[in-house]
Ligand binder design. Structure first.
Ligand code: FMN
Length: 370
């Protein structure tokens, strides 16, 4: 089947009210060309506030997501991040007038552990901020092909810290030349996405999802559709609205995950919706939650990313899946659904067993919908 980022269905048409989050999700793309110019002070202030809100909502440490906007420091990071082999794929940065960076900074011990606990939380928060920047008209690009040691040093971070990824941001330049790097990467790699049937399942990975016929009822998306507002909604853990059709919610969350960015656009991810009572109860238990879920989505990553990625010595499955969870949980909030996001301290073995996950697939997290 063809890989395309085009919407699986016309989601906004299912709501009687504007369902604006879709615009942000489909508008986000990796930008590799930027325009010069200063960054407005109010925007930087809002950006810092959003980053603080995102890390608080996702339970990440405040210092795990650093906003760099100082021009001299931005230049230093730009110059240093592609030193050595790792960053060579990102030489294009040299010519880009960036406005700033979001930097993920975590204890080395966590990133290099067998199952990172802090990295996924910081990655969810980072994607929240990426979406906020998209909404603000800024371009972004997740970068994993970086010389992390050089960036760590440029930021004055100790040897006990590790920088698994950075995200440059700036005013995006419209694509002009068919032969430029931005255009080439976009056409060859970035605009592709696997169809839902290849990445989504019901109850277990043995049962592929078939896009259902969704009934059109009187569903109204949340009156909040902006990223800041949705994060606030997640923070307050508001009750779910009773009117949201669950099959539409699951389908919309799958789609939100499907179009998320992943390292090298590898999309080595699988999403299993669990709705059967007994399994749902056990799943909640594996996440340390009193079962109050109506349904849940398990996200799993393939830990065997291939030679190129293994060379980078970063657990990309613990970044890519959390990015998808950011998009899924914001999607749930945009439908007035309350969610519990379990990424840290879950009983992975139990979740793997419940959903039929076998090596090299490993459960990264569970999103329970209340
Ligand atoms: C963890 C991660 C690391 C990435 N590393 C790089 C990178 O080093 N260089 C680059 O040009 N793009 C990088 N990307 C961007 C992906 O190639 C891009 O997200 C993917 O092709 C999908 O395209 P889209 O973001 O335009 O939807 C990375 C993305 C993620 C999520």
């Amino acid at each position: 089947m063809e890989q395309t980022k085009t919407a699986t269905r016309d989601y906004p048409s299912f709501s009687d009210t504007p369902w604006g989050l879709w615009e942000t999700l489909y508008a986000r793309r990796s930008h590799r060309k930027y325009l010069p110019g200063e960054i407005d002070a109010p925007l930087v202030k809002q950006l810092r506030e959003t980053a603080r809100l995102a890390v608080a909502v996702r339970g990440s440490a405040e210092e795990s997501l650093i906003v760099v906007d100082d021009a001299a420091l931005v230049t230093r990071i730009k110059q240093r991040l592609h030193k050595g082999m790792q960053g060579k794929i990102n030489l294009w940065l040299n010519r880009s007038p960036l406005r700033g960076f979001l930097v993920l900074a975590l204890p080395r011990e966590d990133v290099r552990s067998e199952r990172p606990q802090m990295l996924p939380l910081a990655s969810v928060a980072a994607e929240d901020v990426v979406l906020w920047l998209t909404e603000a008209g800024m371009g972004t690009c997740w970068l994993g092909g970086i010389n992390q040691r050089e960036i760590r040093e440029a930021l004055g971070l100790g040897k006990d810290m590790f920088v698994p990824a950075v995200i440059p941001f700036g005013r995006p330049k419209a694509q002009v030349k068919a032969r430029d790097m931005d255009h080439m990467m976009y056409r060859r790699i970035s605009r592709k996405r696997k169809p839902l049937v290849e990445i989504a399942y019901l109850e277990s990975v043995d049962r592929h999802y078939a896009e259902p016929q969704l009934a059109r009822g009187s569903f109204a998306a949340s009156s909040t559709q902006d990223i800041g507002g949705l994060l606030q909604q997640l923070k307050e853990k508001r009750e779910s609205s009773g009117d949201t059709p669950l099959d539409l919610a699951v389908d919309a969350c799958f789609e939100a995950a499907r179009i998320a960015p992943s390292a090298g656009n590898a999309q080595k991810w699988h999403f299993v919706a669990v709705s059967e009572g007994d399994a749902l109860g056990k799943l909640a238990q594996a996440c340390g939650v009193e079962n109050a879920w109506r349904t849940a989505i398990v996200g799993a990553g393939d830990v065997e990313m291939g030679f190129l990625y293994e060379k980078m010595e970063k657990p990309f499955w613990m970044i890519d899946l959390p990015i998808a969870f950011s998009q899924m949980s914001l999607m749930a909030a945009s439908m007035d659904l309350a969610v519990d996001l379990g990424l840290r301290g879950i009983d992975e073995k139990a979740v793997n067993a419940l959903t039929g996950l076998r090596p090299p697939l490993r459960a990264v997290g569970v999103m329970g919908i209340r």
